[in-house]
Design a protein around this ligand. Sequence first.
Ligand code: SF4
Length: 217
Amino acid sequence: MTDRVKTLIQNLERNNFNALYFEDSRSAVEYLKTNLKKGATVTSGGSMTLAESGITALISGGEYNFLNRANMGNSEEEFFEFYKNTLGCDYYFCSANAVTEKGEIVNVDGLGNRISASAFGPKQVFIIMGTNKIVKDTTAAFLRVKTVAAPKNAVRLSCDTPCAKIGKCVSLLKSDNPGITDGCDSPHRICRDYLVMGKQNNTKRITVIIIDEELGY
Ligand code: SF4
């Protein structure tokens, strides 16, 4: 484990997150297999980290009551019913866009489902991160969103946004340090709502699983 990861773990714990380190995805999946209650209601945000680490396969594999976004239906009622149910689940899984060395977790959503469920609702939240998500501070985290996470996700989700075409936020053509509302006015904009999770109350509701691999965007 590098000194940077050791410091991150100390700071996450100081902020009342559980912080667990795994050398690779396989050992993280094994830990979860052993510790999650079979039959529990589980769901997740959309995430390349979860897919690449094998955690999506684990939680959707039949051992748990997995609320699957792909099966939510097409109507507005089904959409709201699905996301209302996710807030009452036992375990919620998501990734992070960036995690600062001070132990702050930064996520930026287009829909707001991930940041709302991680902040309040599910009994336990697992935030899965590769070591590629560690950044110095929130300024670097927001920049990471505008240079890495948003452009790559926009391509993946076929969003018609400038960043999908030029590989970074259009706001960076005017400033090195754009604000969170700078950028495009596309109806497909995927960086709408920002959440920085700082010091939690002492319930240890949130566990950050740090995997020593490059995972997701
Ligand atoms: S504001 Fe628009 S161009 Fe900039 S990162 Fe967000 S979606 Fe992409």
